[in-house]
Design a protein around this ligand. Sequence first.
Ligand SMILES: [Zn+2]
Ligand SMILES: [Zn+2]
Ligand SMILES: [Zn+2]
Ligand SMILES: [Zn+2]
Length: 192
Amino acid sequence: MRLAELEHLARPQAAPPVQPCKRRHDPALACNRCTEAHEPVATGCEGPLCRQTANDLVVYWPDRGVGQVRALCPPHRDAFTARNQGARIQVFPLADGTHTYFAHGDGTQIATCRHCGHAIYLYPALRGAREPWRDGEYDETGRCPVGEERQGIRVVHEPAVTLAERDWARAASTCTTTADLHPNEDCPARRS
Ligand SMILES: [Zn+2]
Ligand SMILES: [Zn+2]
Ligand SMILES: [Zn+2]
Ligand SMILES: [Zn+2]
């Protein structure tokens, strides 16, 4: 066997470095997950035929009934508020990592925790708080048990803000959250 062939067969000395997709592979390898790794987790605008990313959550309270919530891009937000002059409307910016929200109520945002891969909630009352993300309505501290176990320090639920962060966190959790996003509180793996 010639030397060139041996070199070809030689296994790399060290594991390849962690790539933007959070996996280890040859950096020269074309990787779809690397390509989208830095893409932010976002919510699409609900404006008619709009393909933009939403920046704001608009909560609209009709004269009777519960608030209706819409994620809108700046032009659609302006159009909506102009069209509903005089109505009770509240507009606030979407928090980083928000990928969905409750369509009714006063504007609860939903993200994926970058530590435990579970659904986490930002309730309107905690908007602007330093550690605002919660596991559910009865979670008072926002502490992330999985993150704490892994890191050995106090860790709170924090949103994954890029697609790579989100996918990595979901894949690392050993329950069914990858297919069916749920909060820790309702985790089937915890009930046994
Ligand atoms: Zn990759
Ligand atoms: Zn729009
Ligand atoms: Zn968590
Ligand atoms: Zn789970």
